[in-house]
Write a protein that binds this ligand. Structure first.
Ligand SMILES: [Zn+2]
Length: 400
């Protein structure tokens, strides 16, 4: 079984009290020649550390509901303090460790745990790891479970997510570590399920870690009640400003990407957790505008009779109204060039008006995201916060 967590490793014998650093980590169990091991994998220990579970002296489980668990080992004399992403998963992990200690014959999948389906009277959870997902099974069985509320399909082959999944009242969805399609066509229709009415109201937690993502899909905007978005270990080079439109979001995990800035409007809101560790915030300022290049390549060369855009093009007006109303639609229903608008749209830092780059100047100030639990690199004091100001001709916004 595998869980995702923030992990601190205390060495009880080391005479030097080093500063303790928490690392985003995977904790998982493994069986090698009949012996059970607990493995840790993170950016510091990419080759994994193995702990013999027979050496586990004590499990500190009292704060398990707060997602925290400690593991005290005799050899090496170390304590692992884990803060898991999910208390449910942590509890299952704790139970599995106990079963191993009790000498029960635990079957551990080669990569992770075996599929497990749990349910109670009103709500079904589907937890599925490792096994390639048979899309027919998905369509025919899964979509008939009307009360499915949790789907975990991690480390699967996931060439498509049927749009009808959006008709289920799912609150928690994780596809972390799964293989998403590589063809542009399949990628373009991959997120259509987010536009469906039911899931756009019910989804609270979405985990899309380590799926090779280069861009956050703008359909995220349709998920009105999303509180937790986890998109770490991807190839994101920028965070679109539209994330600030997601009013319920209070947990944002974007560690281990290639982000060069953080949207200023997001930093003005208080989050429960923000993880921005291991990104590229130190790059020269010019690289922080890279997300604009595609947009400018498409629209910058357009010859317009009214260069100052005193009369806004219809495409801009209709796009603003899409942002304002946030009525879900399928992305194929609007011209593909307009998809680019979502990557660059923002709001003026002074008057809060929704603006495209054609009507704004983009700049940075130094600061940090506001979060009760802010996870960042140890030596990060400030990061660039990107903001937009509306501009008419050469005049900047003066409204407060
Ligand atoms: Zn303004």
């Amino acid at each position: 079984m595998l869980i995702e967590c923030s992990l601190i490793i205390y060495d009880l014998v080391s005479p030097v009290r080093k500063e303790l650093v928490s690392h985003r980590s995977y904790l998982f169990t493994q069986i090698v020649t009949g012996k059970y091991y607990l493995c840790v994998s993170n950016s510091t220990y990419a080759n994994r550390i193995h702990y013999d579970i027979a050496m586990l002296e004590k499990i500190l489980y009292k704060n398990i509901k707060e997602r925290k668990m400690g593991l005290l080992f005799k050899d090496p004399k170390q304590v692992l303090m884990a803060t898991a992403d999910s208390s449910e998963m942590l509890y299952l992990f704790y139970r599995q460790l106990n079963d191993i200690i009790d000498g029960k014959n635990i079957i551990i999948g080669k990569r992770h745990n075996l599929p497990k389906i749990e349910h109670n009277e009103n709500c079904y959870n589907l937890v599925r790891y490792s096994n390639p997902l048979d899309s027919n099974v998905f369509d025919n069985i899964l979509l008939k479970i009307n009360h499915l509320s949790k789907i975990v399909m991690e480390n699967c082959d996931l060439p498509k997510i049927p749009i009808n999944i959006g008709n289920l009242p799912i609150r928690y969805l994780s596809i972390s570590g799964s293989n998403i399609p590589t063809s542009q066509f399949d990628q373009n229709i991959y997120w259509n399920w987010m536009s469906m009415k039911t899931i756009s109201c019910t989804l609270v937690v979405l985990k899309i870690n380590a799926i090779g993502l280069k861009l956050l899909p703008f359909e995220l905007l349709f998920l009105k009640n999303l509180q937790s978005l986890s998109a770490s270990k991807n190839f994101l080079t920028f965070l679109p400003h539209f994330i600030a439109e997601m009013k319920k979001l209070n947990r944002l995990i974007v560690a281990d990407n290639m982000l060069t800035y953080y949207p200023d409007r997001l930093s003005r809101r208080s989050f429960k957790t923000v993880d921005i560790s291991n990104n590229l915030f130190d790059v020269p300022e010019s690289l922080r505008f890279k997300h604009l290049t595609k947009y400018l390549n498409v629209f910058g060369s357009l010859k317009r009779p009214d260069k100052e855009l005193n009369v806004k093009p219809l495409s801009h007006l209709s796009f603003y109204s899409l942002i304002k109303t946030r009525i879900p639609f399928i992305r194929q229903d609007i011209p593909q060039t307009l998809w680019l608008f979502y990557d660059v749209v923002g709001r003026c830092a002074k008057c809060n008006k929704c603006i495209l780059p054609d009507y704004s100047v983009i700049s940075h100030r130094n600061g940090l995201p506001r979060a009760i639990n802010l996870i960042k690199d140890q030596n990060t004091i400030n990061i660039p916060l990107q903001f937009l100001l509306c501009r008419v001709s050469r005049h900047l916004c003066v409204r407060r």
